[in-house]
Design a protein around this ligand. Sequence first.
Ligand code: ATP
Ligand code: MG
Length: 392
Amino acid sequence: MSGGTMNDPGTKETCRCRRGLYDDSRKGNVLSSSSSRVSASSVPPTARSEGEILTSSNLKSFTFNELRTATRNFRPDSVLGEGGFGSVFKGWIDEHTLAATKPGTGITIAVKKLNQEGFQGHKEWLAEVNYLSQLSHPNLVKLIGYCLEDEQRLLVYEFMSRGSLENHLFRRSSYYQPLSWNLRMKVALGAAKGLAFLHSSKAKVIYRDFKTSNVLLDSNYNAKLSDFGLAKDGPTGDKSHVSTRVMGTYGYAAPEYLATGHLTAKSDVYSFGVVLLEMLTGRRAIDKNRPTGEYKLVEWAKPHLTSKRKIISILDSKLGAQYSLEGAQKIANLAERCLSMETKHRPTMDQVVVALEQLQHGKDAERNPKTEQNSSYQRPTMPRWRSWEDGE
Ligand SMILES: Nc1ncnc2c1ncn2[C@@H]1O[C@H](COP(=O)(O)OP(=O)(O)OP(=O)(O)O)[C@@H](O)[C@H]1O
Ligand SMILES: [Mg+2]
């Protein structure tokens, strides 16, 4: 869940700082320079009541004890990750009965446990149940069930064995090998399809929290969007936007949304552009540890998206020579369009999907061995994983 991380806009490690969350902590934190994850109370996530959402969903309602058993009492060594909402634990349930099973048997699940109390946490929890119980798509994570018992709020998801895109791009460990160019493109396409589905007439939803930590990967690197706590129904009738309090994550939110609170599907397109840039450069959307001028990825990278030579200079060194220069240029161009200041100049997510599909199936899909030397960028003097190991 989008959980309301009051992220410090530094590295993800420092982003994990959590103050008292939700209602109180968020007051006065709207877009303050010291927090990157922005959230504030606003209109309810849905017109449906809590009772309606929970009773009409085809989700399993777990007891707290069932989930305690499934996760071996929320053992610290089963933690898959932590966000502003709480911790995510690995667990096991029976495929048919959905009852807790012995570790390693049945199906693996991910159990997200809210560790803060408060209205905002509950609201985001309910929004997640509301949207994920109604929306089904190969590029959206599947919600299996939930638990609402006294103060306990949990969500039970399909297990995404490769974790988040964020971990693959930025985490330094032997488990997370740097993602190859082709896998980055596959993930970008999967995530774009997820957003395109949300924006389609079938769903009409604005996601509002598109970022690398919310893109989860299965064993085949199929990307699925998670975290619908901030999602909103799109505008209806002849309205061009939804008016909201500004919520989202620093570094990813579109400038016009930050300025006006007017939310459109094009706000998600902007966030998609930021993630494309993160994939191209291997840099975080906001990174306090960078030198002045490089702190905000979009500001730093945008001037470099205009020419081949400049694009090469900002590409992630961990990519080695895996990409074709034409392909990299097209992605840089796509990112630039997604990041247009004017929303009308941004492509729709459907157009982004088409562009990414063309790139994957077209002549730029892989390096062309014949033109490799001319078209591929190589860093002959730099050992391939050096920047990965050294942490850039
Ligand atoms: N279904 C899942 N399968 C496997 N791992 C998961 C799953 N859901 C979440 N995780 C892991 O848990 C981590 C924490 O997820 P969570 O959504 O709580 O926070 P976040 O997205 O990192 O941050 P924020 O609270 O700012 O949105 C993820 O980054 C991911 O590594
Ligand atoms: Mg998340």
